[in-house]
Ligand binder design. Structure first.
Ligand code: ZN
Ligand code: ZN
Length: 366
């Protein structure tokens, strides 16, 4: 990422400070420090003032910080982060210093308050960064697209191994290796493999259960590139689907595709959730779809906003990226989910995960 892009991020952030009547902000949440400064280490804080930005770090990271943080002064912490931050804020004439009250610990706050004494004034604030992180810029989208493509590639390579007899754990392990071999920096989260009756667990981690003919097999997984996470789910069917499997698969697929078709700037998150939910409800599976329709993602696997029936509605704007992942989970029978990453564009939307998903594509003859 180049210097101009970081400058732009920092300027947008400073505008938010102004709106909050703050003349300084202490960013302590690791992912936000990374987002604003480019720093990829840990145990470091970022002090943003109206004019300057300072990365506070210890001797393990000073050299790395100088290389990564193009728009920050790197400050060596000798005693404690709290003392260094308080002294620096005072020296930079910060009067009202905001901090992320959802993420600072009580002990950190006590030490900071003691070090700051009366100056600067510590002002509890929300996470101002998350509002910026809702909108993905070109740099972020490049890596998010690549992470999504790695997931597609890994699943394509995994598909021939989905046979009766192999266990969920073996499938999970193989998929993880394929993702890493494809170039993923890690796993977005612990890969989910749930087959047969275990499909009723929306977040079933792989077990020693072998796959059997007639099973539906749900795989939910993601890759990471430059810190950016992908997330996708596909449900395969081992053998020709029975009428119940067919009907339920077509229902979830229709719910997902109708919701995606409606995604465009101006629609809100609750409306999109309702499109999928109402279809599932009309088929009598209201009780079997307990989670929200989807979530944003980026430097973290779950970000805001979300497609949800209960969260406050958020109007969709270009640059937002969310998953669309309806599912139904029936105890004793099993379950299924289909998930894609969908970018909101000026014209409508763009689906980043490309792996096919028709019932025919998902059926494995065995
Ligand atoms: Zn997922
Ligand atoms: Zn997801």
């Amino acid at each position: 990422m180049d210097r101009a892009a970081f400058k732009q991020r920092m300027n947008a952030y400073r505008q938010k400070l102004g709106q909050q009547m703050l003349d300084g902000f202490l960013v302590t949440r690791e992912v936000n420090v990374h987002y604003l400064s480019g720093f990829t280490g840990d145990s470091s804080w970022l002090l943003v003032t109206r004019q300057e930005a300072f990365l506070l770090t210890d001797s393990r990271y000073t050299e790395q910080a100088r290389q990564e943080c193009l728009e920050c002064h790197v400050v060596l912490v000798k005693e404690s982060l709290e003392k260094t931050a308080a002294a620096l804020a005072a020296a930079e004439s910060v009067h009202r210093l905001g901090f992320e009250s959802d993420f600072m610990t009580v002990a950190q706050h006590q030490r900071l308050a003691m070090a700051a004494a009366l100056h600067p004034e510590l002002v509890p604030s929300v996470d101002l960064c998350s509002a910026l992180r809702q909108f993905k810029d070109e740099y972020e989208l490049k890596w998010l697209r690549e992470a999504a493509a790695l997931g597609d590639r890994a699943l394509t390579q995994l598909k021939p191994h989905l046979r009766p007899g192999i266990t969920e754990r073996e499938i999970g392990n193989r998929l993880n290796i394929l993702m890493i071999e494809a170039g993923s920096e890690g796993l977005s989260f612990e890969t989910i493999v749930a087959s047969g009756f275990r499909g009723a667990l929306p977040h079933g981690v792989p077990s020693d259960k072998p796959l059997e003919k007639g099973d539906m097999v749900t795989l939910d997984f993601g890759c990471i590139r430059k810190g950016y996470h992908s997330d996708m789910t596909r449900t395969f069917i081992l053998g020709a689907p029975d009428p119940e499997q067919k009907a339920r698969y077509e229902l979830v697929l229709a719910a997902q595709m109708r919701a995606i078709e409606a995604i465009r700037p101006g629609r809100n998150t609750r409306e999109i959730d309702a499109i999928a939910r109402n279809l599932i409800k009309a088929a009598g599976f209201d009780e079997n779809f307990g989670h929200g329709l989807g979530h944003s993602l980026g430097l973290e696997i779950h970000e805001s906003p979300r497609f949800s029936p209960i969260a406050p509605p958020v109007v969709l704007e270009p640059g937002m990226l969310l998953t669309v992942e309806p599912g139904i989970y029936v105890p004793g029978w099993g379950g299924l989910r289909i998930e894609d990453m969908v970018l909101i564009t000026e014209e409508g939307h763009d689906i980043l995960t490309k792996f096919p998903k028709t019932l025919e594509d998902m059926t494995i003859i065995c």
